[in-house]
Design a protein around this ligand. Structure first.
Ligand code: NAP
Length: 233
């Protein structure tokens, strides 16, 4: 039974991933600012705002006390914002970076200590990114820049953690139906899907398989990569 920490498990992609790994028989630790929406014997939830470094440290202290180690960290919690950069206040851009980049950096730093205690041959970190990066989408400057930073973190950290046998990869998602995308105009979603090689909406079922591969020993020789779904090139 592997122990995974998945951030942002109250809704959307994080919740679907948590439920998938629980169904598979793993132990999942999840977190979000609000209370849990998952009820399962092998699931525990931390109410924590990951933009608060002290809350991140406190959560990892509890995880260490309770489980002693981690086999996987999935940095999924995130937010987006649709706005021309000229009408995006600096405070909004900083808030996006706080959760999408700095929270990831802080979780990785804490998790690396617990991943080193894993008995798995290829423990790993998986960072969630977006097609907004390779497509340089208009109206998503702060969001895509924060995820670009995460992709660079993935590459650099894969080298810095290789000596500890910890792999670091990413998964790049096209539009998926969640709280994050529910307000996007249909024409915009259709336009994005039109850019994919596989011209249909990505579903949770499309995501769990690649995620399972990237955090399993089957991908034990893969690190520093961000795998994009749907055919984005
Ligand atoms: N949906 C898409 O089309 C799409 C496409 C590409 C990439 N992505 C990426 O996929 C990831 C998940 O997105 P989603 O669509 O599933 O969004 P979502 O449904 O809004 O889920 C985001 C999760 O993160 C948690 N969260 C947000 N801010 C937090 C904070 N400060 N501290 C702790 N938890 C926090 C939320 O719970 P609380 O509100 O309770 O904190 C929620 O559980 C994100 O990184 C997003 O950028 C999504």
């Amino acid at each position: 039974m592997n122990t995974l920490l998945i951030t942002g498990t109250r809704t959307g992609v994080g919740k679907a991933l948590a439920e998938h790994f629980l169904d598979r028989g793993d132990r999942v630790v999840g977190c979000s600012r609000k209370s849990s929406t998952i009820d399962h014997a092998n699931y525990s939830h931390h109410e924590a705002d990951l933009t608060e470094p002290t809350a991140v440290k406190a959560m990892f202290r509890e995880i260490r006390r309770e489980h002693g180690h981690l086999d996987t960290l999935v940095n999924n919690a995130g937010t987006s914002n649709m706005n021309h950069f000229m009408t995006t206040p600096e405070t909004v851009a900083r808030e996006i970076f706080d959760i999408n980049f700095f929270a990831v950096l802080n979780c990785c730093r804490e998790a690396a200590k617990l991943l080193q205690k894993s008995e798995e041959p290829a423990p790993s970190i998986l960072n969630v990114s977006t097609v907004a990066v390779p497509w340089a989408l208009e109206g998503q400057l702060a969001y895509s820049a924060s995820k670009s930073a995460v992709e660079q973190l993935t590459r650099v950290m894969s080298k810095e953690l290789a000596g500890f046998s910890i792999r670091v990869n990413g998964i790049g998602l096209p539009p998926v139906r969640t709280v994050l995308t529910r307000t996007l105009p249909t024409e915009m979603v259709d336009d994005l899907i039109g850019r994919q090689a596989i011209k249909r909406m990505c579903t949770m079922a499309d995501i769990v398989g690649p995620v399972e591969f990237l955090v399993s020993r089957a991908s034990g020789f893969v690190t520093g990569e961000t795998l994009f779904l749907g055919g984005v090139n």
